[in-house]
Design a protein around this ligand. Structure first.
Ligand code: AMP
Ligand code: ZN
Ligand code: FE
Ligand code: FE
Length: 277
C-alpha cells in the first residue's frame, strides 16, 4: 500500500478529546504513515506526538491552525513545518489563548439570557491544556441536556451570528501568513469551502499564501474539484486532512480524509527550495 497522510489533526491542546499519543496510536491503527498536528492557537502537543511517533513509526509534521479575518469572513490558516519552539511565537499563542478564555466567559454569560447556567471556570479546569473554545462549550451544553447534539448548540446559541456567539481575536491574513513564514513554515488556507466566500482566495494569494486544503471532511466532491483547479491556477501547494477532533464532534475522523504521501514530499521539496534562496 502506498503511504498516506492526514494533515489536519487536533489534540487536547486545542479542542480534541485525543491526547497527542492517542492521535499517533490511532493514526497507526488506521494505517496512516504521516500526520500533522494542527491545534488552534497552540503547539503544546507537537513534541509529544513527534517523539511518540518516532517510537511507533509515524511521521509527525509540526503544525498550527490560526484564525484570521478578511471583510468579516473568518479564515483558518494552517502552518506546516513551523519552528514550534520559537519564543515570540509561543508568547503570541499564549496571548491568543488568554483572549479565548475571556471570550469563553463572555459566551457563558450570554447563555444566562436563555436560562442556561454553566460553571465556566469548572469547564476550563476540566480542560487544563486546551485552547478553550466553542467546541468545549457545545460539549457541555450537550452533556447537561440543553441541546440534543453538538450541531444544535451551534445552530441555536454559539454559531456565528447566533445570540451567544462572541468573536475571538482574529489576525489579519497578512499577520498570520507572515508569522508562519518567519517560523520557516508553509501557510495553507484551511477548509476554504467553510469560509463561504471564494473571493477571499485571490486576496490570500496576494498576501503570500502558499497552499490550499483541497481535501477536508466537510468538502463535497464539487468543492474538491473547484479548489483543485484554483490550486493549479494560482500555483498553490495541495494539502488535505480530516480535521479530526477525537470524539469531540461525535465520530473519530482520523484517516477518513487521506492524501498521497507524494503531496507531503511536494511540501518538503518546496520548503527546501525556498530555504536555499
Ligand atoms: P472556536 O475556535 O472557539 O471559535 O471554535 C471553533 C470550533 O468549533 C472548531 O473546532 C470548529 O470546527 C467547531 N465548529 C464550528 N461550527 C461548528 C458546527 N456548526 N458544528 C460543529 N462544530 C463546529
Ligand atoms: Zn477545532
Ligand atoms: Fe478550522
Ligand atoms: Fe481544525
Amino acid at each position: 500500500m502506498s503511504p498516506e497522510a492526514d494533515l489536519h489533526v487536533h489534540t487536547i491542546y486545542s479542542d480534541s478529546t485525543f491526547s497527542p499519543r492517542k492521535v499517533v496510536t490511532t493514526a497507526r491503527e488506521v494505517g496512516l504513515s504521516c500526520i500533522a498536528i494542527t491545534d488552534h492557537d497552540a503547539v503544546g502537543g507537537v513534541e509529544e506526538a513527534i517523539d511518540y511517533g518516532k517510537k511507533v513509526g509515524i511521521e509527525v509534521i509540526p503544525g498550527v491552525e490560526l484564525t484570521a479575518e478578511y471583510n468579516d469572513t473568518e479564515i483558518h490558516i494552517l502552518g506546516y513545518f513551523i519552528d514550534y519552539k520559537n519564543p515570540w511565537f509561543l508568547e503570541k499563542l499564549q496571548h491568543l489563548r488568554e483572549t479565548r478564555r475571556k471570550r469563553f466567559l463572555q459566551m457563558v454569560e450570554k447563555l444566562k439570557n436563555f436560562n442556561i447556567s454553566l460553571d465556566a471556570e469548572k469547564i476550563i479546569r476540566q480542560n487544563p491544556f486546551a485552547s478553550i473554545g466553542r467546541l468545549h462549550l457545545a460539549q457541555e451544553l450537550y452533556r447537561k441536556g440543553y441541546v440534543s447534539s453538538i450541531k444544535e448548540a451551534f445552530r441555536l446559541y454559539i454559531g456565528e451570528g447566533r445570540p451567544c456567539y462572541v468573536k475571538k481575536e482574529r489576525l489579519s491574513p497578512q499577520e498570520a501568513i507572515t508569522m508562519i513564514r518567519k517560523l520557516g513554515g508553509i501557510s495553507v488556507v484551511a477548509h476554504p469551502y467553510l469560509m463561504g466566500d471564494d473571493n477571499v482566495i485571490p486576496v490570500l494569494v496576494k498576501e503570500g499564501i502558499e497552499g490550499i486544503e483541497v481535501y477536508h471532511s466537510e468538502h463535497p466532491l464539487s468543492a474538491q474539484i473547484r479548489y483543485m483547479s484554483m490550486a493549479q491556477n494560482y500555483n498553490l501547494l495541495i494539502t488535505g486532512g480530516s480535521d479530526c477532533h477525537g470524539l469531540g464532534k461525535g465520530k473519530v475522523l482520523l484517516g477518513k480524509v487521506r492524501i498521497s504521501y507524494n503531496l507531503v514530499e511536494k511540501l518538503k521539496e518546496y520548503k527546501n527550495a525556498r530555504d536555499k534562496t
